[in-house]
Design a protein around this ligand. Structure first.
Ligand code: HEM
Length: 145
């Protein structure tokens, strides 16, 4: 397993880059739904959102979680920091799912939620992603763990 570690880390990093970029792009794209001047513009925004969600963010999220899970045993990452990291990653997964729900709601009624509120949801990954990075880079000890 250990000779695979650099490859797993490479896959983990690449997947994270795409997943995190997707989680930041989705609130911006969703905030455009209610601002389209005509049908043609809306079709473009919907297509861009779907591409970001289905072709980029979702496969990257799966790859990030699978590669990360495969590295737990190889790196012996069993400390409290890993539990804290996984809690924050769970928050990212919930936010990912929330974006899908928002896509469905806005497809039915593009003005159902104000653009400002939709843009403000970017605060969630803005807090979670640095939190995950802090856990993994500093690996703080919680209690004795
Ligand atoms: C279920 C999801 C995840 C699991 C199971 C997981 C697991 C792991 C493991 C075991 C390592 C190796 C730690 C070490 O070398 O000591 C690692 C490295 C890393 N992970 Fe994750 N991870 C996940 C998601 C994420 C996410 C969402 C981010 C960022 C937002 C992230 C950022 C990093 C970084 C930056 C490293 C490299 C740390 C280093 O080499 O110093 N991971 N991950």
């Amino acid at each position: 397993m250990t000779p695979l570690l650099p490859y797993l880390k490479f896959v983990h990093f690449c997947a994270l880059l795409v997943w995190c970029a997707g989680l930041f792009a989705l609130p911006a794209l969703l905030s455009l739904y209610g601002r389209c001047a005509n049908r043609e513009e809306r079709v473009r925004v919907v297509a861009a959102t779907r591409f970001t969600y289905v072709a980029l963010a979702s496969p990257a999220a799966v790859l990030a979680v699978v590669s990360g899970t495969a590295m737990i045993h190889a790196t012996g990452s069993y400390g409290g920091w890993m539990l804290a990291k996984l809690t924050l990653v769970t928050g990212m997964v919930f936010f990912h799912a929330l974006c899908a729900k928002l896509v469905l709601v806005l497809q039915r009624n593009p003005e159902a939620i104000g653009s400002g509120w939709l843009l403000a949801t970017a605060l969630v990954p803005l807090l979670l992603v640095p939190g995950v990075l802090a856990m993994v880079l500093w690996q703080p000890r919680f209690g004795g763990g």
